[in-house]
Design a protein around this ligand. Structure first.
Ligand code: HEC
Length: 119
């Protein structure tokens, strides 16, 4: 093994590491590039797939909501749903003082994609 070869391996390995070491969670299953990009740009600072960080673990989140519509609404406007839904209200109490960012511009498809990153 010559030095160039070792250097190539080293460069490959370091390019695999995230810039945001420590906070990035690994997807459980295969996910597509779009869902990974959304997750890493919008959610990663507060969420991990398999454990709670600032907010709850995202794996299985879809199953914890009584309807998909309510979950979509929550992600677009958490405060509105916290005000009217008991599950969301309890969650907010549990994670106080942190609050979930509102993502008013995410489409249903984008929300599905970003949540599928962890499921
Ligand atoms: C600033 C931190 C922050 C960011 C950024 C953030 N969240 Fe959250 N999220 C939270 C907190 C805190 C909660 C707990 C409940 C609350 O405060 O509303 C939460 C709750 C949730 C829940 C409910 C989880 C459950 O167990 O039912 C989902 C789903 C969720 N977030 C998805 C996302 C997605 C998807 C993104 C990125 C598009 C995102 N969050 C970005 C902080 C954040």
């Amino acid at each position: 093994m010559n030095l160039k070869y070792l250097l190539a391996i080293f460069l490959f390995l370091s390019s695999c590491q995230s810039q945001n070491t420590g906070l990035v969670s690994k997807p459980k299953n295969q996910s597509n590039a779009a869902s990974e990009k959304l997750f890493n740009s919008l959610c990663v600072n507060c969420h991990k797939c398999e454990e709670s960080l600032i907010g709850p673990t995202l794996a299985g989140a879809k199953q914890r909501w009584e309807s998909r519509a309510l979950l979509y609404e929550y992600i677009r406007n958490p405060q509105a749903v916290i005000a009217k839904n008991e599950y969301a209200h309890n969650l907010a109490n549990q994670y106080k003082p942190y609050i979930m960012t509102a993502f008013p511009n995410l489409t249903d498809e984008q929300i599905e994609a970003v949540l599928s990153y962890c499921d």
